[in-house]
Design a binder for this molecule. Structure first.
Ligand code: ATP
Ligand code: MG
Length: 427
């Protein structure tokens, strides 16, 4: 009897090689641009104490209320959680290692996040983020720099049609005034609220604005706006004006969206999202903002900070239709027949790799015809053929598969140069 198969957990995906190429392409481009802006890599654990997220993200948020993968450590009973986002862990690490005592830090990290959501296109239970944080920076220049950096990344990836939404959610006293106004407004319309929102009215009324329920949208549209609570020359208004001025100077179009609040409690002042209309309801590909209170909330010294996360799966969906993708095809596929040919095939391949080329050596034998079929299927530009004749004469045959060139027979040490020359001509 066949053993039953085991499948991946719902909402958690395998990334197979054809698609992993796009992941690597994105990661490579992001890493490069983060480094160019002075962001350095930092890595934090996937598992953290549950209390970090309850305190950091806020206990009346969707994430903490419904979406965390929490479990008891089987030895000491401590409650642990698979991280639903990266900022809280990074701030914990920064406090623990006094990272910002001497100077502010620009850091980034990447990896899987876990949220128990209803899986659909662009929304999964294990998903991945590229996460960027500027720790210890107060001014609007850093908020704007991060937004500009993202727009450069979209450019590098060849992604058009990304739009930027920004808002300010003020400072704590302004948020409190706004909260009172919201409670009064939604209280008057209590009959029109859905169940979630009615509950939120008592715990976290700001979050009602983030409701995705279509029947709630018209009542949300009429709700008091936070910007109306900002004094004419309040610090948070000045900050927001500063962010907008730098974006305009950089030529970046934006829409001020007074309804933008974001799903985590720790934000203040600037919040932003990059949105596309090509992914249906899951159109937000990156989001972030300022969180000046989080260090203190987690027991650290007051430290201003700002960051964002890119949703990798959503980016990959975009790259699949429309973005420029990395060429993952080998420059050469090495076909070799006969025992004597294998060593020459391998040493020639190593020479080519030393010269920076991508080379696949046929594995598992097969006739010349079968190997040539594999060479073609690999997408390689050249087939490099090594048979007994070649071993005797210490030459290899180079047959063009996808380049306009003649077949030639060459000594192994000149093959890289020959391939390189055709690449240059093609560029
Ligand atoms: P959404 O409103 O789409 O639920 P969010 O506000 O919860 O997003 P953040 O916590 O700000 O998202 O995370 C930043 C980015 O991570 C999002 O803009 C999105 O691209 C991605 N992301 C968030 N949750 C998921 C998920 N469950 N599956 C895939 N990507 C996600
Ligand atoms: Mg969400």
């Amino acid at each position: 009897m066949d053993a039953p198969t085991i499948q991946a957990v719902r909402g958690m995906n395998d990334v197979l090689p054809d698609e992993a190429v796009l992941w690597e392409h994105l990661e490579h481009a992001a890493r490069k641009i983060f480094a160019q802006y002075g962001y350095r890599n930092l890595r934090v654990p996937i598992v953290e104490a549950t209390g970090l997220f309850v305190r950091g993200i806020g206990d009346a948020t969707d994430i903490v209320e419904h979406e965390m993968y929490s479990f008891e450590d089987r030895l000491n009973g401590e409650s642990l959680t698979l991280r639903p986002e990266a900022t809280a862990g990074i701030v914990r690490a920064a406090i623990e290692h006094h990272l910002t005592y001497e100077r502010p830090q620009r850091v980034w990290t990447a990896g899987p996040m876990f949220r128990h959501e209803r899986p659909q296109r662009g929304r999964y239970r294990q998903f991945h983020q590229l996460d960027v944080e500027a720790l210890g920076f107060e001014g609007p220049d850093v908020d704007a720099e991060q937004i500009v950096m993202l727009s450069r990344l979209w450019e590098k990836l060849g992604l058009a049609g990304m739009s930027l939404h920004i808002n300010t959610i003020g400072d704590p006293d302004e948020r409190l005034a706004h909260r009172r106004a919201l409670v009064a407004y939604f209280g008057e319309h209590a009959g029109a609220l859905d169940e979630d929102s009615r509950r939120r009215l008592a715990t976290n009324p700001l979050r009602i604005l983030d409701s995705k329920n279509p029947s709630m949208q018209s009542i949300i549209a009429g709700a008091p706006k936070l910007v109306d609570q900002l004094g004419a020359d309040s610090a948070s208004r000045t900050h927001f004006e500063g962010v907008k001025a730098i974006l305009s100077e950089a030529g970046i179009a934006f829409e001020v969206n007074a309804r933008l609040v974001r799903g985590l409690d720790y934000y203040n002042r600037t919040v932003f999202e990059w949105v596309t209309d090509r992914l249906g309801a899951q159109g937000t590909v990156a989001g972030g903002g300022r969180y000046d209170g989080l260090f203190e909330q987690l027991g650290g010294k007051a430290t201003a900070a700002c960051g964002f996360a890119i949703g990798v799966e959503r980016m990959v969906l975009l790259l699949k239709d429309g973005g420029r993708t990395a060429e993952s095809v080998p420059d050469a596929y090495v076909v070799h027949v006969g025992e004597a040919a294998a060593p020459l095939a391998r040493t020639t391949a190593e020479r080519l790799r030393d010269a920076g080329l991508t080379v696949t050596v046929n594995a598992g034998g097969g006739s010349i015809k079968a190997q040539m079929r594999r060479a073609d299927a690999s997408g390689a530009r050249w087939a490099l053929i090594v048979g007994e004749d070649e071993v005797r004469s210490n030459r290899v045959a180079l047959k063009p598969l996808r380049v306009a060139a003649e077949q030639v027979s060459l000594p192994p040490e000149t093959v890289a140069k020959h391939i390189g020359a055709t690449l240059e001509r093609a560029e």
